[in-house]
Write a protein that binds this ligand. Sequence first.
Ligand SMILES: [Zn+2]
Length: 152
Amino acid sequence: MSAYISVMQSSRLSPDVLARLRQAGLRPTRQRLALARLLFDADNRHVTAEQLHGEALAASIRVSLATVYNTLHQFTDAGLLREVVVEPGRSYFDTNVENHHHFFCESSGRLQDIPGELVMVGSLPQPPDGTAIRRVDVIIRVHREGKPEATA
Ligand SMILES: [Zn+2]
């Protein structure tokens, strides 16, 4: 317990993380706080649930992969994260919730930010009846040159 508190106090952005959780209407449970610190105490990043689970274990945070998944989805629903689905069944959770787009490298699996203003979408179809467009997410898929795609 005391070790946990000292870790909490030594983390420079903790008050911010706590405030963010409260502002988002999420009760700051120990597990949520610990995962929020891993996510937000650094520069903007894209992580998978598996990656975050690995980081949590490495930091001696005892949490199951299912809890990591649930927490990531709760943070996403609360607007703290954005989910970027690159393939069916494969999502990254993005700590940058500002308007932006992504390069996705199919060779490395890496996701890289593109500032929102660098992508201009010329025309969009009429959205289905009764719906309104909220935002447009662009994923530009790239692969390393010289390595033809296996599926091509
Ligand atoms: Zn991003």
